[in-house]
Write a protein that binds this ligand. Structure first.
Ligand code: ZN
Ligand code: ZN
Length: 463
């Protein structure tokens, strides 16, 4: 299996450090507001990668941080009068529920900055000890020039001051490129440290928490959005490697940019899409398939048209499985040509996924399986065992891609209401009041209930 490593800018053979085990770290949310479409893109991509690794038999340990100590949360806290931890908890819980609906497998750990201040302080102390950090009256800073390999991930050299930029707070830094590990002084929420009251800078958390949950061992995969490569991930490397003198990450994986109707998504352009709103309009699998139509590293453009066509396609895929499930698993006429074609499609799927998780190519093989099977089903004596086998392969692929229908739940009260409407309709039919019977059927349809009249009486299901 080959993966593209942003660090070497090459496709590399995937070999985790420990055989059969993958330590994966993904930069998580700064929960100061609702999760948006960009988050969905990153986390669906990383989830598909994780699912494929699990499918291949790897044990995956997935760590995803929560940045609950951050200026944006502090600003929200000042505006609303709510505590920053309460705010971040609320938005994070909400986001996790949306991610669950998107069929994103949960991480093994969701470490919070507020609960890892000690680990962060220890790493900063190590950095000072190793000559990579220094204290001034405003904070503790990382000395970028002390780390020879700075820039190895992004190819970008440290940023200097923009002329005219106001940064009086940071004037105590030795070099404008240096970045804060610890910020001194009062704030919405502060902690005690060897450098007095203050709070950690943004980048240090991922190095400290990433290393904590692997016991100081190199991570196999570190993932995140393309926009995080510089300076965030570059700084993560400088901190972790500067403190521990060991490689921080073996494979860096970055997801591509997202545009909305061809433009960058931003609040000021008015094209900002909140996940919560989108999930009210479209089923989660539509969003998932929409992203899978592009390679995880490619830029992706969101439009209503693209997502509704993804919805139609996903429903065809579910429909294929449902249809195939109704067929016998034995009998019919053996069709060697079909079997050969189906085997090629299945092999094609896995080859595509082995090639840096090429989901668009993998999907085209799945569509091939559907086409072959549907045309076989129309024959007088279809090769049932071949269809049954292809169906099981297809189901596994659906799991890898995370394409599953949401289990629809219905409250007991609603169920009673439906049952009594169905009964009412039966009575109306017996009395030959077909007008009323039709009205009730329409009412049920509006409630999202599909009614079928069978030999054994009426049956209903959720649409
Ligand atoms: Zn991070
Ligand atoms: Zn300045």
């Amino acid at each position: 299996m080959k993966v593209y490593n942003s660090l070497s800018r090459k496709l590399e053979e995937f070999e985790p450090i420990e055989e059969g085990k993958v330590y994966m770290y993904v930069c998580g949310l700064t929960p100061y507001d609702h999760a948006h479409l960009g988050h969905a893109r990153t986390y669906i991509s990383m989830d598909t990668i994780k699912r494929y690794l699990i499918h291949k038999g790897f044990k995956v340990l997935h760590i995803q941080n929560i940045t609950d100590i951050e200026d944006k949360i502090f600003n929200r806290s000042r505006e609303s009068g709510k505590s920053p931890l309460e705010l971040s908890e609320k938005f994070h819980t909400e986001a996790l529920e949306e991610f669950k609906r998107l069929n994103i497998l949960p991480a093994d750990y969701y470490p919070k900055v507020s609960e890892h201040i000690q680990e962060i302080i220890e790493m900063i102390e190590k950095l000072i000890e190793n000559g990579h950090a220094y204290e001034t009256e405003t904070g503790v800073y990382y000395s970028v020039s002390s780390f020879q390999e700075y820039g190895k991930l992004s190819g970008q050299k440290p940023e200097g001051h923009r002329s005219g930029a106001r940064c009086s707070i940071e004037e105590t830094k030795k070099d404008p490129a240096d970045f804060a590990l610890w910020k001194k002084g009062p704030d919405v929420l502060t902690y005690d440290s060897p450098w007095g009251e203050g709070r950690p800078g943004w980048h240090i958390e991922c190095s400290a928490m990433g290393m904590k949950y692997t016991n100081g061992r190199t991570l196999d995969i570190h993932g995140g959005g393309r926009d995080l490569a510089f300076p965030h991930h570059e700084n993560e490397i400088a901190q972790a490697e500067g403190a521990l003198n060991t490689q921080f990450v073996k494979y860096w994986m970055h997801t591509g940019f997202l545009t909305v109707n061809g433009e960058k998504m931003s609040k000021s352009l008015g094209n900002f899409i909140v996940l919560k709103d989108l999930l009210e309009k479209y089923p989660p699998y539509a969003l998932r398939l929409f992203f899978l139509h592009s390679h995880y590293r490619s830029p992706v453009n969101y439009s209503e048209e693209n997502i509704s066509s993804a919805q139609t396609t996903a429903e065809r895929m579910f429909n294929f499985l449902e249809h195939a499930d109704e067929l016998p698993a034995t009998g019919g006429a053996e069709n060697q040509e079909l079997r050969k074609k189906l085997q090629d499609e299945v092999d094609g799927f896995y080859k595509a996924m082995d090639d840096d998780f090429d989901t668009p190519a993998a999907l085209s093989y799945m569509f091939g399986i559907m086409t072959e099977c549907f045309s076989e089903m129309r024959k007088e004596h279809p090769d049932y065992p071949a269809i049954a086998e292809a169906k099981e392969d297809f189901r596994k692929m659906m799991w890898v891609l995370g394409l599953e229908k949401e289990e629809k739940k219905i409250s007991p009260e609603k169920e009673k209401e439906i049952e009594s409407l169905v009964q009412e309709r039966e009575n109306a039919r017996k009395e030959k009041n077909f007008k009323l019977a039709d009205e009730i059927r329409d009412k049920l349809a509006q409630m999202g209930i599909l009614l079928e009249d069978t030999d054994k009486g009426p049956r209903w299901k959720i649409k």
